[in-house]
Write a protein that binds this ligand. Structure first.
Ligand SMILES: [Mg+2]
Length: 200
């Protein structure tokens, strides 16, 4: 079963069998080679916080969800069974960066897809300069035993493979996605009813 373009679905992060974050998106494409999702600026999503409301990056055993707006327009490009998404960020219509999010492969769920972020990210700027983001979060997760050391190495290697694809001008970097624009008829997605039901 594939989602249709324009449908509103939810991308959820699942940790310890509970929802760690939930992001409503508009389906752009859901095909065997690429799954693309659009988050317009101002979309409200659910982020993990402490009971006092402070944002969390590392994964503790306890958290609550709080709704916040996301300010950048984001197109997320994923492939079935692959351990990263390539996000395209815009501010207004200005292309800001490729943001390589290392993550578990997306799993189909009743209202969208479930996965878990893997902390380390890679930012590739329009001029080709690039940088790791949140290496310290991954190192801290290893130190605390949340992520195994060999898994952390595999996450980093996945990022290095994506960088090779960028340097080789491979898909998705060569597909013109940075010039893509959303269908003006699309509305801001909201979380579908039942988004907070525990994963199966
Ligand atoms: Mg990430």
């Amino acid at each position: 079963m594939a989602w249709a373009p324009g449908e509103h679905i939810v991308l959820r992060e699942i940790y310890l069998g509970r929802i760690w974050a939930a992001r409503p998106v508009v389906v752009v494409r859901d095909s065997p080679d690429v799954m693309a999702f659009w988050t317009p600026p101002g979309t409200r999503w659910q982020v993990p916080t402490t009971r006092e409301g402070a944002r969390l990056d590392l994964q503790p055993d306890d958290w609550v969800l709080r709704e916040v707006p996301f300010t950048l327009g984001t197109l997320r490009l994923a492939e079935p069974g692959v351990g990263h998404s390539v996000c395209v960020f815009w501010e207004g219509e200005e292309f800001l960066a490729w943001y390589v999010n290392l993550e578990e492969p997306l799993r189909r769920a009743p209202l969208g897809f479930d996965y878990l972020d893997q902390k380390l990210d890679l930012i590739i700027h329009p001029d080709g300069l690039w940088e790791w983001k949140d290496e310290d979060h991954l190192a801290e997760a290893v130190r605390r035993g949340i992520v195994a050391a060999d898994q952390a190495s595999a996450i980093r290697r996945e990022g290095e493979r994506v960088l090779e694809r960028y340097r080789a001008k491979d898909s998705p970097f060569s597909d013109g996605w940075e010039r893509w624009r959303p269908d003006p008829a699309w509305t801001t997605p909201v979380l579908p009813d039942g988004w907070d039901r525990a994963p199966r």
